[in-house]
Structure formats: C-alpha cells, structure tokens
Design a binder for this molecule. Sequence first.
Ligand code: ADP
Length: 414
Amino acid sequence: MDETELLRTIRSTWIHRTTLSLAKGAVLREDIRAQLERFFDLLEQVVDSGDPAWLDSILSSWASSMTQTDLESGESSMTPIIKEIMTQTNAVCRTTLDSEKALDLISVLVPAFAYSFEKATYYEMQARVAYISNQLEQAQATLERLDRSKSDFIAVAAHELKTPLTLIEGYTAMLREARDPKTGVPQDLELLNGINSGTRRLKTIIDDMIDVSLIDNNLLKLNFQPVWINRILSVLKNELEPASRERGQTFEIHDFPGCGEMTFGDPERLMQVFRNVLSNAIKYTPDGGGVSVDGRKLSGFIDVIVRDTGIGINPEDQGMIFEKFTRLGNISLHSSGKTKFKGGGPGLGLHIAKGIIESHGGAIWVDSAGYDEESLPGSTFHIMLPLRSAPPDSRMARLLSPLLSTASSEDNIQ
Ligand code: ADP
C-alpha cells in the first residue's frame, strides 16, 4: 500500500478527531468540518505529487479570514491551528496504523507541515501588512479632512473678521480727521454708527463661534420657559420686515394650527434659530421675491415651514448646509451682510440652528428642487419642535405648575 492509500485509510478518523479538537479554534470556527475535509483532500494531493504547494489555496484563505482582533493582536492565529492538526495527525496515525506504517506516513507528511508553518507565517504577515496599511490610509484621510476643515476655518474666519475690522479701521481714521478743531471732540454721528455696526458684527461672529463650540461639545444649556411660536415669529417679523421691504420682497407670516399654543422651549435660542432661517430666506432670494412662514400641527409636534422663492439648494448639498463653515457657491463672490442678496456669513447659522433644535428634541431640514439662479426654484425649511406641556426638567415643572394650569385654561377659553 503506498502512502496515498495509507493516508486515505485514516481519513474518517482524522476528520472526526481534528474537527472535535479544533471546534473552538478562531479561524476555523465556521464550517470547520468542510474546511478540514478540503485540507485533507489537498494533503492527499501533496502526498501523491510530492508538492506541498497544493496547500497554498487553503492556507491563504485561512489567512484572509483572520479576524480584526487577530490582525490587531500581532499574534499568530494560524500557527496554533496547524500545530493542532499536526498533533492530531500524529495521534491518528499511531492509533490506527501499525508502527511501521505510521512512521512511514508521518515522515511523508512532515515536510507538508513544515511547509504549512512557513506559508502560514507568510500569509499572515501579508494580511497584517494589508490591514496596517489600510489603517494608515484611513488615519491619513482623517488627518487630511481635519487639515482641510482647519484651513477652511482659517480662511472663513479671516474673511469674516476682516470685513468688520476694515470698516472700524476706516471709520476711526475718518473720525480722527473729523474732530471739532476747538474741542477735539468727534463730530460725525454717522462715523460712530459705522464703528458701532462693525463691532456689533464682530461680536455676532464671535458669539456664533462660541455657540458652535458649545453645541459641538454638548455644552449647550437650554433655559426652558413657556413659549408661543406665533409670538416669536411676530417679533422677528418686526425685526426683519424692513430689510426684506428694502429688497422689494414680500414677507408673510400666516397663522397655522398649533402656532398659538403654549409649549416649552428656550425663547432666546428659538428666536436665534428662526432669525437665522428667516434671514437666510431673505438673503438667498433675489430682490422682488418672497418669504412666507406657514406650518402644521402633527401629533406631539409643531412643524414650522419657511418658504422662499430664492436660488434654491441642490439635493446633494441639502445635508451639508447644516454642517459648520458650509457656504455654497463661490465664496469670493459673496458679499458680507445679513440680508443682502447672497450676503454669505461664516456658514455657522444653520449648524447652530440644528444644534439648538436637536437639543429641544426636534429636527430641521430643507426641501428644494435644486439650485438655479435663473428659474429660482426656492427652498422650504422645516423646523419641527416637540409640543411640551412641561419643561423636560421636572423640578421646573413643579415650580411652574400653578402658572401652567392658568395658561392652559386661558387657552381653552380662546
Ligand atoms: P451663512 O452664514 O453662509 O448664511 P448658514 O449656515 O446660515 O451660513 O447657511 C449655509 C449655506 O446654506 C449658505 O451659505 C447658503 O449657501 C445655503 N443656504 C442657507 N439658506 C438658504 C436658502 N434659504 N436658500 C438657498 N441657500 C441657502
């Protein structure tokens, strides 16, 4: 009987025992029996041909199925398996064959196992190198992204801070010239107003940057109080209507179900959200267009809808505009201004709005057919807020409960 036939005689015992002993192995955990049968088939080819390279395919497939923990640990997961297969092979040969045949077969198999150890190390190393280079590539990509957003930040911050600073510089230079020759006191109120608006703008930008850092670090604290959406909108109508009128736009705020109901929220912060969305609607709508506010009541929520007839936003950009420092289009063509056409700011307004609305337990999103400065498809912003009968903090609810019962009965009377 030659060695190939000898090997075949131990097949079923070998498969049975090796499967049992490797049942807890990591690489061979699944379909372990099928894999060992394949290994045995290949072992037969090796003995038949004298070429251990027949084992390459199974060894490389075991290496490629190494788990992430194996790859991270740096320890070999395949060597212990091959060692176990070799030990079982020895034991099976000794228990099922007479000693001479067992020795014959073992001596034929030893080079195959030596080859397997060598190849396993090689394939494992290859898998590990591929894994590490992939990790490096990912780290590199993250670093590049960080670097890009850092330089975006610097470019935008420099541009935004420089505009009001240039204004202040210009006005102070003029003021120096425009002193009363006798008293030395500045004369021109308009110059002072210019300085004032420049510093106000600087303050807004710095406040926005602080808000972004509060939001990004989960430090935004809301001061929950009774609020009425229609009251917030009406304050903002008074504030923003003059600017939209100057641009020849219509500015309409409609009553809608739920807008007069009391809910709980941070009035200052909600005002900031609606101010950002409404001034954007004015900014990104050409002169003569229109901005309107409407809404609907959904179960447990109120959805405030701000529509404009402006330049619109491409679907692929609609998620991005809520990320910080996003300004679409060519930044160098933007003018700095709160309500001027396309008067882009630092690209923080919607990021802050999203942070505030999400801290309220709500959501903000935009719908638009696309961006087109000719056909003006317009944009529709949805600001969805939960309707609350009490602030989320229950201690506050208890304190406010007398007030609440009065307010809700007033609501019923209306
Ligand atoms: P910005 O300070 O630039 O206005 P925002 O965060 O408020 O920053 O908005 C981000 C970007 O989203 C804007 O630069 C603009 O490109 C786009 N955008 C926001 N609102 C509208 C709108 N109503 N119509 C068209 N584009 C808009």
